[in-house]
Ligand binder design. Structure first.
Ligand code: 0RQ
Length: 489
């Protein structure tokens, strides 16, 4: 049926589980039709908002379209849409920012309420009703199983040859009946290439023909190249010390341009025979698979630029068996990340001198995107690394601060901090040692003296010498930025 007919079945107040993860595999037509429907309801004076659940961020046709007509009451989990962000920050939209590995199980536990309908993009439907997943799997298995109704969008633009790239694990149970997940290596299959779907639940099938969001990555600049080089040097050192094998351990890489640039650096670096156990596969990892630096990659989404997507589709058979796309509760599973010893590399907004990391908030209160999977990986990684340029907004912001204005990853989950200035290896260091190392290695020279001065005053004034702070001063840099437009005195 048409997207309009399908969307007309979605009712005000429903929780809607949509496919989509970092701009890949999201429904392209029904959300827009739903937005038109909502707009008409509002014009007629009828309230109409939904709870919108996804895998992670989607695209303007989904998050943007629904937010622009004021159609979202509650959003979860990770998002990166400007309209959604503005509505969250104005207090108009509720946003529940939870670890990506938690979402599916929270729905199974009944923690998030009832899921009324699933709207899922697929690459095809088999005669027996099983579904060929699209460019992401995300939470689709859970949405299909937990929702009362299922609406399918069959996107004919997605390559039919995606069949066989997925591994959907059907062995999970709920506590107290959970068993170990039998996955030992990143390239291992433990599930099925298809999503099961009860045909009795399917209330609509809509044909589409549209590409994924496909944002372009900025070419690596000098700053991100420097960050990449510090990480390469560090990994080489770890190999030399016998703490990492020559082919390293499975890589996880977060979202954004810096993460992408670090992968480009690794591709040119001295390593070979690498593997990846990650959630997002961006261009950088596709290039590493092309060059052979990376043998295989496990992910939950193919988040590629238009050029990389074209290349992937034209050479899809070269990647068959080397890329596995899994549900996000498996790609981000703490048990598996810990077992395989994943090397986690995530971007951040700021870190404080003790190594607490803020990945989500600007100046303490305003959401940027969300925690995404960074916490799943940081807490359970073999080595958890966080990276950022040392300054933002032309130097008016230091990304190393006395106290983080919001904490997503506590000092206990952060072993390495990297800026273009250098890499601080914090393993085995006590808080004051961590502070000196972070300031001397990672902070921008403009802010280094002020950070040392803060630490010195904290040591004189604090009520304890383990993690000294001047409580009345700890967030003064943020406060000064908000008041004057710069953290500089
Ligand atoms: O502002 O957009 O106005 O120019 O923040 O900064 O440097 O472009 O950052 O695109 O690499 O994203 C942490 C947000 C980094 C991302 C974050 C300003 C800066 C700029 C963006 P403008 P950059 P990136 C797996 C892993 C959480 C989820 C995660 C993210 C804007 O990586 O969302 O890791 N991570 N998931 O100017 C105020 C500071 C700032 C600052 C930078 N200290 N204070 N503003 N900015 N530093 C994937 C998933 O989970 C799906």
């Amino acid at each position: 049926m048409s997207a309009e007919q399908a969307a007309a079945m979605i009712q005000p107040g429903w929780n809607v589980g949509m496919s989509g993860f970092t701009g890949a595999g999201y429904p392209k037509a029904v959300p827009r039709a739903l937005a038109a429907h909502i707009e008409a309801a509002h014009a007629a004076g009828r309230p109409f908002r939904i709870g919108l659940w996804t895998g992670a961020s989607t695209a303007p046709e989904l998050d943007g379209a629904l937010a622009k007509v004021d159609g979202i009451d509650m959003r979860l989990p990770y998002q990166s849409d400007p309209t959604v962000r503005a509505q969250i920050n104005s207090g108009h939209m509720q946003y529940v920012d939870i670890h990506l590995s938690h979402v599916a199980q929270f729905v199974w536990f009944g923690f998030l309420g009832h899921l009324n309908v699933a709207v899922i993009e697929v690459a095809g439907v088999l005669p027996d009703g099983r579904l060929i997943p699209s460019t992401s799997v995300g939470n689709n298995k859970t949405w299909i199983e937990q929702a009362d109704y299922v609406i399918l969008e069959v996107n004919h633009r997605q390559s039919a040859a995606l069949e066989g790239f997925h591994d959907v694990y059907y062995g999970a149970a709920l506590p107290p009946h959970r068993k170990p997940i039998p996955l030992e290596t990143a390239d291992q299959r433990i599930g099925e290439p298809y999503l099961r779907c009860d045909p009795a639940k399917v209330i609509a099938v809509v044909d589409t023909d549209a590409p994924d969001r496909n944002s372009v990555f900025t070419p690596p600049d000098a700053q991100s190249a420097a960050i990449a080089q510090h990480i390469i040097d560090f990994l080489q050192h770890e190999v030399a010390q016998g703490r990492l094998p020559k082919s390293l351990l499975p890589l996880q890489s977060g979202v954004g341009n810096i993460a992408n640039a670090v992968l480009a650096g690794l591709d040119r670096g001295p390593f070979a025979g690498l593997t990846a156990y990650t959630e997002v596969l961006q261009d950088g990892m596709l290039d590493m698979l092309r060059s052979g630096t990376l043998q295989s990659a496990s992910c939950t989404a193919l988040s590629l630029s238009p050029d990389a997507a074209d290349y992937f589709n034209a050479h899809i058979d070269d990647f068959r068996g080397r890329i596995l796309i899994r549900p996000q509760e498996i790609s981000n599973h703490p048990e598996l990340i810990r077992r395989m010893g994943v090397l986690a590399m995530n971007a951040m907004i700021e870190a404080d001198i003790y190594g607490n990391v803020n990945s989500t908030h600007l100046m303490g209160s305003a959401i940027m995107n969300g925690i995404g999977g960074s916490g799943d990986f940081a807490r359970n990684a073999y080595i958890s690394m966080f990276m950022t340029p040392s300054i933002a907004k032309d130097g008016s912001i230091s990304c190393i601060v006395p106290m983080a204005s919001h904490v997503d990853h506590t000092e206990h989950d952060v072993q390495v901090i990297v800026t273009e200035q250098g890499l601080a290896d914090l393993r085995g260091l006590a808080p004051q040692q961590r502070a000196r190392r972070i300031i001397d290695t990672c902070a921008h020279p403009t802010y280094r003296d002020a950070l040392h001065d803060y630490l010195a005053r904290a040591r004189l004034q604090a009520n304890g010498q383990h993690t000294p702070h001047v409580l009345t001063d700890a967030l003064s840099w943020h406060e000064r930025y908000l008041r004057t437009g710069t953290m500089l005195p």
